[in-house]
Design a protein around this ligand. Sequence first.
Ligand code: SAJ
Length: 485
Amino acid sequence: MSLSPRPLGISEEEGLPLDVLEERIRDRSATIGIVGLGYVGLPLAIELARAFPSVIGFDMNPDRVEHINDRRSHVQDVSDKELAFAVDAERFRATLDFGDLASCDVVIICVPTPLEKSKDPDLSYIRGAAKSIAETMRAGQLVILESTTYPGTTDELLLPLFESHGFKLDEDFLLAFSPERVDPGSGYPLHKIPKVVGGCSARSTALAKELYASVVVSVHSVSSARVAETVKLLENTFRLVNIGLINEFAVLCNHLGIDTNEVIEAAATKPFGFMPFTPGPGVGGHCIPLDPLYLSWKAEQQGFIARFIELADQVNSQMPAYVVELVSDGLNRRSKAMRDARILVIGVAYKGDIDDTRQSPAIAVIDRLRAKGAFVAYHDPLVPVLDFDFHDWPEWRPVAKQNEERRSLRVAKENAYSRRRRYDMLESVPLNADVVRNADCVVILTRHSKVNYGLIARNAELVVDTRDAIRPEDREQAHGEIVRL
Ligand code: SAJ
């Protein structure tokens, strides 16, 4: 465990002076705890295990803990090899036992921050993690929150909780916020992404900065945890609003009969003052569609309506319906009804070259197509099985049959083209010329580099390409009509 000599007469359990904590971080002998081993926590744990001798990962999911200790990564950005290296070197281990938190000099919280059905922040995971930390807290710990949340969470929720357990900031513990910055699937290495840190005290900021300086290229400190929380929300709001802008722009260009992607490509030749975004069927993932609503929620508590965030969320949320309209119009031009049409969806992950379907707009598009009576099948080389579970979708409430059984994968296999159900499981169908020709419409919702879009262009009657996935040279060889966003 830690290499620093223990001060005489003070045991780890009773706590340590902050000077010892500081020394352990500076001499890289500190024991680090990471609470939450998802797409943020696991990569961070592996990176920290390169600099510190003992990193302990805490998670509530027994399977996840078992797989990690068996050197099997569930996170695309962490290879089994990297995981095995850290586990075999005994520099990283996962555990369900939150009692081990007391042995950590630093504890970093990387748990999800979803939204309630009402689109209000759901802080239950942060509260759970903070409670476990407070119950095992001892003097001499630095706690850092990384989960994206509204400004004020660290000093309004965590600080009073720890102090209510008898610990004093800057005497017994230090507390900071540092936004997670990952770009799932892009392969952008964590150590090359600058980190922002802001503490509930100057000493907290300084020590959090020292910690991250051991693993990332540069650390930018700000004056408070609240500012650091807001930095992250600006980053994600920037993306949400610009994606909303380009989605509305695409609908506008469609009404004017102008090729949106040609306009974007030309505008992007401007070497300054422009950043290209591309239209799509909506906004998926665990961050962009959710995090900015934490900011607008907090603003509303203070009587301010963040109109850009609300509008962008509206525009992006309406894109699945717009895509369905494009499909319906295309079928109409061929005197075909949506009812009983066979529609092949290409790509269901929330963005290209990843296997994650959380909040994927493809699920909304598929459900709406099936609500209009279409038979839908999908192909996605990275998503072998797509699990539908609309229990919390308002539109499902009035129509779902009570106690409806989830369709088994066997049944789904037999009915590749299946009708709408509340609980369902679809399996990715192989992509070949026959499958494409057998569809009345092919809808491209995610652009994976592994998919042969030329084959689709050469064989499909009708394609709705929402990701500009079919190249110009393949469009020229198209068998049927290609509609683009
Ligand atoms: N999207 C578009 N058009 C665009 C860009 C994105 O339709 O021009 C869609 C994507 O298809 C996807 C959604 O928006 O469905 C979100 O894509 P994203 O890449 O912006 O978001 P994430 O969640 O994969 O990763 C983002 C990070 N992305 C980038 O910086 C490129 C970053 O904002 C955060 O560090 C990360 O979320 C996070 O964890 O917060």
